[in-house]
Design a protein around this ligand. Structure first.
Ligand SMILES: [Mn+2]
Length: 326
């Protein structure tokens, strides 16, 4: 396996044509923005390229990508690139192409090399940071310019993966790339409003409902929220609208471990765990899940939501650091 620099990856891409860029299922703006920026830049350099995704782009995010649908039109391709895809299962409907990937571009810690040639940098806050460097290399070699559209897609990816430049993955490099993208005339305020401010009314109501039912334990150090399928039906909201509800207990003063449980199928709960100082990847592992020390997830089955919550909170109690500051 070769881990290429972005410059070398850009040069390698220019030796080929007919690109198919694969994104991960349940797409986020980083995978979509990385893919579309790469497609736009390769096309500007005279190549043919298209991007696809196993799942539809969430309605609320479509305008970030100029209405590009990421649907497969079945046209031929000869070079396959993945962006922000850490594992073959994340290709979803395109998993059968996992043996044909020519270049893997990613910012997750490399566990599963999808291709002989990779361009992987776990220090990048977003895959779009790496794609920015690759696009710059493509432009430098081909004489094309980085377009305002491509810059907007990259900015959306970076702003999304850094929570609007507030998560600890944000570096000086993140800000320097963002500054360069703003220099191309993108409308960053509009992108950030779509990503971080505007929400469907049903989501606001669901968040208020979830917050009103939050439970705290261990002197308030653990806070958990849960939502069932019947709650969602009553509130008129989808699971996608609730994918970040763990941020509600997480934002409460004094909380070290934040837990959210979302019923995804009857009796099956998707659990998200966040912490400031305790290791929640150990909690997730008990239930067959995984993740990082401060952000992990798993799935728990139980015949009622309070049993699912109690099982997860019991594991959190064993691992909480009592001297931790919330
Ligand atoms: Mn990402």
């Amino acid at each position: 396996m070769n881990n290429l620099t972005p410059n070398d990856a850009g040069r390698l891409l220019l030796e080929h044509d007919g690109f198919l860029v694969l994104t991960h299922k349940n797409p986020d703006p980083d995978t979509l923005g990385s893919a579309l920026a790469l497609v736009t830049t390769l096309c500007a350099a005279g190549k043919s390229a298209r991007a696809v995704c196993s799942d539809p782009v969430p309605e609320s995010k479509l305008s970030l990508f100029g209405g590009y649908t990421f649907k497969d039109d079945g046209s031929p391709y000869s070079y396959v690139v993945t962006v922000d895809v850490a594992d073959t299962v994340l290709l979803g409907d395109f998993e059968d192409l996992s043996g044909s990937v020519d270049l893997m571009i990613d910012h997750h810690v490399l566990r599963c090399a999808l291709a002989e040639n990779v361009c992987v940098d776990p220090s990048a806050a977003a895959c779009a940071e790496i794609v920015y460097d690759i696009c710059r290399a493509i432009c430098a070699e081909s004489g094309a310019g980085l377009t305002k559209e491509a810059a907007s897609y990259l900015y959306a990816g970076i702003s999304a993966d850094t929570g609007g430049f507030i998560y600890s993955n944000t570096t000086s490099r993140t800000h320097m790339i963002a500054a360069a993208l703003l220099g191309l005339g993108i409308n960053s305020a509009e992108i950030n409003e779509i990503l971080h401010i505007i929400k469907p009314e049903a989501r606001i109501r669901a968040e208020a409902f979830v917050a009103s039912k939050m439970i705290r334990s261990m002197n308030g150090r653990i806070a958990s929220v849960a939502i069932t399928l019947s709650d969602m039906e009553l509130l008129g909201c989808s699971d996608e609208m609730l994918s970040e509800i763990v941020n509600i207990p997480r934002s409460v003063e004094g909380v070290d471990i934040a837990v959210s449980l979302r019923e995804v199928k009857p009796g099956e709960y998707k659990v998200s765990l966040r912490s400031r100082s305790s290791d929640v990847s150990e909690v997730a592992a008990v239930f067959g899940g995984g993740g990082h020390m401060k952000a992990a997830g798993c799935t728990v089955t139980a015949d009622d939501p309070e049993k699912a919550r109690a099982a997860v909170v019991a594991e959190c109690r064993k691992r909480i650091k009592l001297d931790s500051k919330g």
